[in-house]
Write a protein that binds this ligand. Structure first.
Ligand code: ADP
Length: 171
């Protein structure tokens, strides 16, 4: 799975639920891959947080999006993000910021991670104006009502969502 990082190479970790992958996530990952030599995109799975897509389905979506970018790896993990970051020897956690709400939550999370592991830094990338309104929660909501998903997620994610919410099964 993990290719060995070259010595001194900064490994960054972009963790998330990706339920499903959106154009907002893709924007952050592409930008992180231009900043850091290596980006590990890690799909977290929680036994208590229900998920529309399985980890395998999420992994297929992410691999489709990034098969051409050589410095991006797709991983899966259980448990605390900070423990996974230590395990893969990441020195930076990357998170995206869309709004004031994200900032409040994400900065608390970043400080807590530094409390748990003082060497770990979190780097925030602000959302791009074209995608800052996109969230997986809203995408799932729109899909469940057969709404238009163009411009929110890639076409293959539109298809995956349509198969979860077939036309004659309005929620
Ligand atoms: P989580 O459940 O960990 O919040 P998500 O998959 O929803 O996982 O999000 C992963 C990261 O991507 C978070 O830092 C989130 O703020 C960021 N993110 C989500 N959507 C966007 C977007 N449209 N633009 C920029 N960042 C985003």
């Amino acid at each position: 799975m993990s290719k060995q990082a070259k010595s001194g190479e900064i490994v960054s970790l972009y963790p998330g639920s990706f339920d499903p992958l959106t154009l907002g996530h893709i924007d952050i990952i592409e930008r992180a891959s231009r900043i850091f030599p290596k980006v590990i995109v890690a799909i977290g799975h929680s036994p208590i947080k229900p998920s529309l897509f399985s980890v395998n389905e999420k992994s297929t979506m992410l691999n489709k999006a990034f098969s051409k970018l050589k410095n991006i790896e797709i991983h899966e993990y259980n448990g605390l993000t900070i423990e996974y970051a230590k395990k893969i020897k990441a020195s930076v956690i990357v998170r995206g910021l869309r709004s004031h709400n994200d900032l409040v939550y994400e900065s608390q999370m970043a400080v807590t991670n530094r409390h748990l592991y003082p060497n770990m830094d979190t780097v925030f990338l602000t959302a791009s104006p074209e995608t800052s309104h996109i969230s997986s929660t809203l995408v799932r909501d729109i899909a469940s009502h057969q709404g238009k998903l163009d411009g929110l997620v890639p076409q293959y994610v539109v298809k995956a969502l349509q198969s979860k919410f077939p036309k004659n099964s309005k929620q």
